[in-house]
Structure formats: structure tokens, C-alpha cells
Ligand binder design. Sequence first.
Ligand SMILES: Nc1ncnc2c1ncn2[C@@H]1O[C@H](COP(=O)(O)OP(=O)(O)OP(=O)(O)O)[C@@H](O)[C@H]1O
Length: 236
Amino acid sequence: MEFSSNSVVQLQKVSIFQEVNTILAEVSFAIEKGEFVYLVGRTGSGKSSLLKTLYADLPLKVGTAQVAGFNIHAINWSQVPYLRRKIGIVFQDFQLLFDRSVSDNLRFVLKATGWKDNSKIKNRISEVLMRVGLDSAANKMPHQLSGGEQQRVVIARALLNEPVILFADEPTGNLDPDVTQGIMELFQEINNSGTAILMATHNHHILKRYPRRILKCERGRVLDSAKETFDLVDGF
Ligand SMILES: Nc1ncnc2c1ncn2[C@@H]1O[C@H](COP(=O)(O)OP(=O)(O)OP(=O)(O)O)[C@@H](O)[C@H]1O
């Protein structure tokens, strides 16, 4: 399989494991710079496990994978923080630190990823909060924000180091339809400005409203809408 140098994710004959169980096998696909791709499939079909393998939370034992220029199959633990600086990760449950303000949540990540200059840190925090439409929330505590606003802070946090790709695992899973739409519009804007996105979702309405390429986990394989047609309804 030929991969282009424009790819931000390239997998070749990858198997995904949970403990000793093979969850997915023979997984080969590429995601290009600036592409938006959905990841779908029934509950337990392997979406989260695949994402975790891509951001090196699960070890890659079979096959080869490159993510944001890192060889995931050969990565060692000391390199993982550098990989994580090149990618952004957004989960369904927001995972903010609830004992500190929004800006301190963001400052924590910048400091942990090597930022030292306080005025640059302050500027970067303002920039990302502006980008997600929350510039007035810097001094609020997470519990003072709605679920949708908290998810925007998580997205701002994922954008801090200008990632080449965002991995989003059910980012709208806990949100009502109006708020979901706002988050999807934000993802479209982020994507339009050049960041690739791989987003796991169970939400059929999102796929209809914002149609893009789809990867589907099914019976231990990953199907690709760019290469084959498959039944979308089955799997939600
Ligand atoms: N930490 C774990 N230890 C062992 N097995 C696990 C673990 N996490 C997930 N699994 C198993 O791996 C398989 C794939 O789970 P995974 O969470 O990747 O699916 P998913 O498609 O993301 O599901 P969902 O849509 O419910 O989030 C399931 O059979 C699950 O039981």
C-alpha cells in the first residue's frame, strides 16, 4: 500500500489488542493533512481501542503506524510526551481539573509541555479560548460552566500546541442536540483551518448533517468509505 507524504496518520497491517484479545486486524488506512474522518461501529467494536493505539495509550504490537511523524510501532515511553504535543485528544467525559480555573487548566498543560515564558503562556491561553468562543471564561471554575462550555475548554486545551490532528472519542456523547451542533460547527472551523480530525461517534445525525469519509469497525476489521460501500445504519 502506497502512502503519501501528506499523511498525518498511516497504518499498515495493524492489529489492535486489548490484553491478549485481538480486537481489530489487518487495519491499513491513511489520513491526509487537513482531512476530517469519522470512526463508527457498534459498541465494543474497537473504536476507542484504535484511537488509544494511535495516541500510544495501548501498545502497537503488530503492524506499522506513523502518527504526526512518529513511528508508533517503535515508540518508547520517553517519546510519548513529544507525540502528544503534536496531536490533540478530546474525550467524551471532559477530564478537566476541577480544582482550578479554566486558564489554570490550560496553563498546566502548557507548562507540562515545556512552555516557560509567562507572557507567551498568557497570550496562547487567550488565543485558544477566543478560538472556541470562551474568551470571557478564563477565570471561571469548570463547575461554573455548562457541559458544552466545558467541552469547548477541552477542545481549547487540545489546540494549545497547534496539533496536526485531533483525536476525538465521542466528543458530543454527553451533550444535547443544540450543544452538539455548536461543538460540530467548532470542529468544522478547526478542520477548515487545516487540522485533521478523526472523530469516533455513535451519532447518526452528525454523519448526515456533516458528511465526510467514514471508517467503520465491523467484525474485527476496519472498512473505509473511500474504498467500499457499506451499510451505515447497522452499527449505531
Ligand atoms: N481496558 C480493557 N481491558 C480489556 N478489554 C477491554 C478494555 N477496554 C475495552 N476492552 C474490550 O475491547 C473491545 C473493544 O472495546 P472499545 O472500547 O475499543 O470499543 P468501542 O467501539 O470504543 O465501544 P463504545 O462505542 O462502547 O465506546 C470490547 O470487547 C471491550 O470489552
